[in-house]
Design a protein around this ligand. Structure first.
Ligand code: PMP
Length: 406
């Protein structure tokens, strides 16, 4: 019982018409990157066709138009995530950059022996920058463990927190398993010991409309390309007081107030963190992507994707020897699985021959794979433009792969 008109929605995505290896494309790698609706593609074409120009410094009309559109996108993003101030939204090239910006900034604020907590469910991009930060500062990394369902062991988290804890990092949704983490509880508890919290919203943002004020997150990072926007653009939300405390990440044009060879003063937020010419069309198109998704509505999207998740889970579990990793009742539309005795890569390769795009491997989350003692999984991740018929094609494909490989 679908809550919206899926066939009309699918018409918005030109790529869904193409064939791969002679078969109709079944795109189930949405957790890696989502597909792009025509109105977002049009926003990019429109920018380059009509008002391509550098922003913020031009007196001429094109530059002013481009600046207005770029800043309007920032306002749309502010509204979407309910940030209280537009200068708390920093444009970045993506989640990875936003995390590195914050990790770099905290070099100046941490001392030897301070503690940083990360979760066992992190993407490498939310592990490595913190390890590098610990190397620079002598801070110590602690890990919230996970259980077999792919959930964080919250009692252990509460035990880890202490007055030495300065930072906590956790993803809102795990990309490898789809688990939705209890970030409100994580943030509230961290604040009790005076620690700041960065939430990696890369996987949550396409499914859940996060309200950064309600969550009381100190930092929240996302990538545009996972939510119907283009690659190479994302945002870092940061509370004003934290963004003022952190030093700039990159030096260059746009981020200064005054420069002499003796001393440079930095521009106000958000420009302090936006050195150089940004991805202008990308920022504008990211705004268009949010417009598009909000028109469909995040509640409707979540409800439909939950139906897809339930259907895919039930259907895949009819295959003997198939095991799903990540069995929390709180999860987004991701099914990570293996079939006994078969390498995930082999299943993925056969599915590709059938036009089905899934991801295989460790999903940039090797610690999770080590926990389950597996080399990786096959991951099918669904979006609101997928259909039950496509899931049927996936299930038939997996059955065929199993028959060929055993
Ligand atoms: N965190 C999570 C949870 C992710 O899924 C991803 C993308 N796979 C990233 C961070 C990194 O995002 P990006 O590559 O867009 O910087």
């Amino acid at each position: 019982n679908t809550v919206f008109d899926i066939l009309t929605i699918r018409k918005d995505f030109p790529i869904l018409n193409r064939k791969v290896n002679g078969e109709a494309l079944v795109y189930l790698d949405n957790a890696a990157t989502s597909q792009t609706p025509k109105m977002v593609i049009d926003a990019i074409v429109d920018y380059y066709s009509r008002y391509n120009s550098n922003i913020h410094r031009g007196v001429h009309s094109l530059s002013q138009e481009a600046t207005e559109m770029y800043e309007e996108a920032r306002l749309k993003i502010q509204k979407h995530f309910n940030a209280s101030k537009s200068h708390e939204i920093i444009f970045t090239p993506g989640t990875t950059y936003g995390i590195n910006l914050v990790a770099n900034g905290f070099s100046a604020l941490l001392n030897k022996g301070d503690e940083i907590i990360v979760s066992a469910l992190e993407h490498h991009s939310n592990i490595v920058p913190w390890q590098m930060l610990c190397e620079r500062t002598g801070a110590v990394l602690k890990v919230i463990p996970m259980d077999l369902d792919g959930k964080l062991v919250m009692d252990e988290y509460h035990n880890l927190l202490n007055p030495k804890t300065k930072l906590v990092f956790c993803n809102h949704v795990s990309n490898a398993l789809g688990t939705i983490n209890p970030i409100k509880e994580i943030i509230t508890a961290a604040h009790k010991v005076g620690a700041a919290v960065l939430i990696d919203g890369a996987q949550a943002a396409p499914h859940i409309k996060a309200d950064v004020q309600q969550l009381d997150a100190d930092f929240y990072v996302v990538s545009g390309h996972k939510m119907c926007g283009p690659t190479g653009v994302g945002i870092l939300y940061g509370k004003e007081e934290w963004l003022n405390k952190l030093p700039p990440y990159q030096g260059g044009g746009e981020m200064i107030a005054e420069v002499t060879f003796e001393k440079t003063t930095y521009a106000d937020l958000p420009h302090k963190f936006e050195a150089g010419t940004p991805n202008i069309s990308g920022g504008i198109a990211f705004g268009a992507a949010l417009d598009y998704m909000n028109t469909i509505g995040f509640d409707a999207i979540a409800q439909y994707e939950d139906e897809l998740l339930k259907y895919a889970t039930d259907q895949l579990l009819t295959i003997e020897g198939l095991k799903i990793y990540g069995t929390s009742s709180e999860k987004t539309a991701v099914v990570s699985f293996n079939i006994e005795g078969i390498h995930p890569y082999d299943i993925g390769s056969i599915l590709d021959k059938l036009g089905i795009a899934v991801r295989t491997g460790h999903h940039c989350a090797q610690p999770i794979m080590d926990f389950y003692k597996i080399p990786g999984t096959v991951r099918a991740s669904f979006s609101f433009y997928n259909t039950k018929e496509e899931i049927d094609v996936l299930v038939a494909g997996v059955k065929r792969a199993k028959a060929m490989l055993t």
